[in-house]
Design a binder for this molecule. Sequence first.
Ligand code: AMP
Length: 293
Amino acid sequence: MKTVRTIAELREALAELRGTRAPGDARVGFVPTMGALHDGHLSLVRAARRDAEIVVLSIFVNPTQFTEASDLDAYPRQEAADAALAAGAGVDLIFAPAAAELYPQGYATTVSVAGPLTATLEGAGRGSAHFDGMATVVTKLLLAVQPHTAYFGQKDAQQLLVVQRMVADLGIPTRIVACPTARDADGLALSSRNVRLSAAERERALAIPRALAEVTARLAAGERSVAALRSAAEEILAPAQIDPEYLAFVTPHALTPVDTVDEEVLCAIAARVGAVRLIDNAVLAPAPAGEKE
Ligand code: AMP
């Protein structure tokens, strides 16, 4: 496994990797990350390994998608450990550019996905710069790597929708593959930010997956009212002193709020636990008719 820092080196290394294979056996699978790798990232790598002969992982803490300087400064960076994890999971090439490689002097272009996909939820909480920064860097990374497939986690459900929209709109010839949320044994969604939680905060944070599980269970038992499901979630979050930034019940593709769960619904939560902002979600489906309690 090799680590490259520039787009020129990346192209050269990819040409070398492709060169050793027949054209039909040289598909490139790409996993973009901000590093501080955990098993959620590695589950994306494993999915890429299944589909592609060549697996590229990028590590870039993209400054333009951070809307709080303190969050950018505190973001964990551990490139040596990341390289070992990536090599163990079967990554062929790491692309870890410096900011100046992606945003050279005079850089002036932004990719912006308009409308409710970016204005709601994370867009409302973090501001439009967040998704503009994300869409711009993902476009640049896809242009640099030119992969057949790229892997994104359902944990960042809105990000996944924005990337799917952007790739369709711009005609980028990469298939976007959605991967399920990887969780610790206690249910907490894996996140690079979890290392910043104290033991007590981590215990409180568990109310987030518990609230999602409760909503899922109530729905399976026949509850369809979003007001009732919201109260059930809040009853679990409040004792853990979690006052969510949003607790949303929205359609899973357009992110339109719903009052009743008649079809699949995305339940998405963002909350600060101490200084750490966490997000999690579950896709809910109503109990089939006749199976209500
Ligand atoms: P990040 O490094 O946080 O930008 O994440 C890089 C990619 O990994 C994104 O597509 C995330 O959605 C995905 N990811 C992060 N956490 C998880 C998780 N717990 N399970 C699955 N995918 C994840």
